[in-house]
Structures are given as structure tokens and as C-alpha cells.
Design a binder for this molecule. Structure first.
Ligand SMILES: Nc1ncnc2c1ncn2[C@@H]1O[C@H](COP(=O)(O)OP(=O)(O)O)[C@@H](O)[C@H]1O
Ligand SMILES: [Mg+2]
Length: 327
């Protein structure tokens, strides 16, 4: 398997009035060509920041992003502009990401004009028609405006725009989260199919593990800026090791975890501003011991393909899911 993307010790700290907000804290992983990495975690854990820093829509505070063997963190703005053709993003809200004054075809045409200025008018029209067909939009809607479309079809337009330039890699940042449940599956299926047809590599971000389950090869679980578990999808769903992952899983209806007791998460997600040492999840973890709050718990290899940031797993794995009763 060939690696397409690697991030090494990626940090993104925001300066805020109360101090330093650690949106991404020493995150490292690799993604193979043609595979999908699902990123899950609660709102505010740094998923979007991760996607943006990888594309350098935000500059990293430190760390490296290697794409196709190139260190793109050292690229000049012009080199990065060229690189964006290969690295695209689909956002959550197709209402906000489309220009309401442009027709569907104009929206899809825009990236073609930007990246292929030499392309002839007739070829562009042909390409737009191809792309519309690819994402399941009727040719009759060529001159329609976004407001005439529902959320699902707007997201199809946004996907066509993204794919217009033949990228290799796409960050999908909660692309179905704002859609009606009835159309979520259609868009997910479309994205799975397009990945195969166009040999794409995805980072697929969602706060919802059941969505990630559908599309991912690997899953990374984030908690307050840190990666706490990283493994092949089957491992995450059959053999979740981090108490946080197990809590997320037990909240999904009709998963294996459902038959067991539910792990209810109590307490607020703590602040990523000026974090204390120790495991960020410790304040909410039913298995936490003194050691968890004392030192940083790095993401380490638990078995050859399974990485974990928890020192309590050996004792908790066999244990049933338990309620988070105060100790
Ligand atoms: N531009 C910014 N300035 C300051 N803080 C930010 C900025 N962008 C994101 N954050 C903070 O970084 C953390 C992670 O945000 P985000 O990556 O959007 O999380 P997610 O996508 O997982 O919901 C949050 O605490 C958020 O408030
Ligand atoms: Mg987000």
C-alpha cells in the first residue's frame, strides 16, 4: 500500500483572550492511496481544524504535512495554489458554499476556468455535462440556480465542483450532517461510488460514528485536539479500546455495543484552552486513575495496526460498559 498523505506531529494553537487554545495537539497518521480515513469526535474536538490545516487553509503552528511524498508545509503560496487542484474540500453546508447568483453550471465551471484557463469553451461545456451526470444531476438543471434545489442536490453540485479538477484527495467535512436523514444515505453512497470511480482518497469527518462506519477503511477518534484511537474500521467497531470510543459506540442504536450496558458520558467536554497535563478525557472517564491526570498519554501502538492513547485499557477491556457514576 502506498501512502498518499502523512501528517507528522501536527499542532494548531489559536491565541484567544483566555490563553492558548490547542485545537490540534501533536497529531500524526498516514493514509494510503484510495482509502478513506474517518475522523470522529464531538463538536469542538478539532476535526475541521485538522482538515483545514492539511489543506493549509489554516497554517499549522508546527508539524509537517506530506502529500505524495512532498512536504507541502514548505510550499510557497503559488506552489500551494497549484497543489490545491489535487487536494480539495467538501464542506458541511452546501447552502453557504455555493454562490446564489451563479447557475449550477457556472458554479461547476468556475474551478475549470481557474485551473485550466486554456480549456476551450466547447470542452468546458462537455466537461460540465459529464460532471453533472457523474453526480446524478439532470441535464435539464444546467441553468438552474441553487435556491431551486434542495440540500441533497446542492451538495451534489458542491461535489461536482470539487471533482471538476480531478483531485487525488478530498477532505469531506461533515458533508451529510446538514442534510435530511432521508438524503444522507444517497449522498454517502454517491461519495463511495465516486471514490472508486475516480480513485480518490478521502478524509471523511463526522461527529457521527454510524456515518463514518459506512464509508471508512480506517477510523481516527479525536478528543479535544488529540487523536486517542486510530485503527482499521473493523477494529474500532469490534474491538474499541479507548473508553471514549466505547462511549461513542454505545450511543449508536443497533450496534454490537447496544446489547451491553451503555456508557453514558457525563460532564462537559473540558476546555481546550491552556489544557492541564494528562489525558484530556480523564475528567469524564469512568476508569480514570490518578496516573491519567498526571502525565500526557501518547498515542502508542497497542497491536500492529491499532494505536491507542490510554493507560487503563488492559483493565477496562474485559469490563462491561459501566455508567459513569461518581467514584
Ligand atoms: N479561527 C479560530 N480561532 C480561535 N479558535 C478556533 C478557531 N477555529 C476553531 N477554533 C477552536 O478550535 C477548536 C476546534 O474547532 P473545530 O476544528 O471547528 O472543531 P470540530 O470541527 O471538531 O467541531 C474549538 O474549540 C474551536 O472553538
Ligand atoms: Mg467541524
Amino acid at each position: 500500500m502506498e501512502t498518499l498523505l502523512e501528517v507528522r506531529n501536527l499542532n494548531k494553537f489559536f491565541k484567544v483572550a483566555a490563553g492558548e487554545l490547542r485545537a490540534l495537539d501533536n497529531v500524526s497518521f498516514k493514509i494510503n492511496k484510495g482509502e478513506t480515513l474517518g475522523i470522529v469526535g464531538e463538536s469542538g474536538c478539532g476535526k475541521s481544524t485538522l482538515g483545514r490545516v492539511i489543506l493549509r487553509l489554516h497554517e499549522p503552528t508546527s508539524g509537517r504535512v506530506l502529500f505524495d511524498g512532498m512536504d507541502i508545509t514548505s510550499f510557497s503560496p503559488e506552489e500551494m495554489r497549484q497543489m490545491r487542484r489535487h487536494m480539495q474540500i467538501v464542506f458541511q453546508d452546501p447552502y453557504a458554499s455555493l454562490n446564489p447568483r451563479m447557475t449550477i453550471s457556472q458554479s461547476i465551471e468556475e474551478p475549470l476556468r481557474v485551473f485550466f484557463p486554456q480549456m476551450r469553451e466547447a470542452d468546458r461545456r462537455k466537461r460540465i455535462a459529464e460532471l453533472m451526470e457523474l453526480v446524478g444531476l439532470s441535464a435539464r438543471t444546467y441553468n438552474a440556480y441553487p435556491h431551486e434545489f434542495d440540500g441533497g442536490r446542492r451538495q451534489r453540485v458542491a461535489i461536482a465542483r470539487t471533482l471538476a479538477v480531478n483531485p487525488k484527495f478530498v477532505v469531506c467535512d461533515e458533508p451529510v450532517s446538514s442534510l435530511d436523514v432521508s438524503v444522507q444515505a444517497q449522498i454517502l453512497n454517491l461519495m463511495v461510488e465516486l471514490r472508486k470511480r475516480m480513485n480518490l482518497t478521502y478524509i471523511f469527518i463526522s461527529h457521527d460514528l454510524s456515518v463514518v462506519k459506512h464509508i471508512s477503511d480506517y477510523v481516527g477518534v479525536m478528543y479535544l485536539g488529540r487523536m486517542v484511537e486510530f485503527a482499521p474500521k473493523s477494529e474500532i467497531f469490534k474491538n474499541p479500546l479507548h473508553p471514549y470510543t466505547r462511549a461513542l459506540l454505545s450511543a449508536i442504536p443497533s450496534t454490537e455495543a447496544n446489547g451491553r450496558e451503555r456508557l453514558i458520558l457525563e460532564g462537559e467536554i473540558t476546555s481546550p484552552i491552556n489544557p492541564k497535563p494528562g489525558c484530556r478525557f480523564a475528567p469524564r472517564c469512568p476508569y480514570a486513575r490518578e496516573i491519567c491526570a498526571e502525565k500526557n498519554i501518547p498515542l502508542l501502538e497497542h497491536s500492529p495496526s491499532h494505536q491507542l492513547a490510554c493507560v487503563r485499557s488492559d483493565e477496562t477491556i474485559g469490563a462491561p460498559f459501566a455508567y459513569n457514576a461518581p467514584a
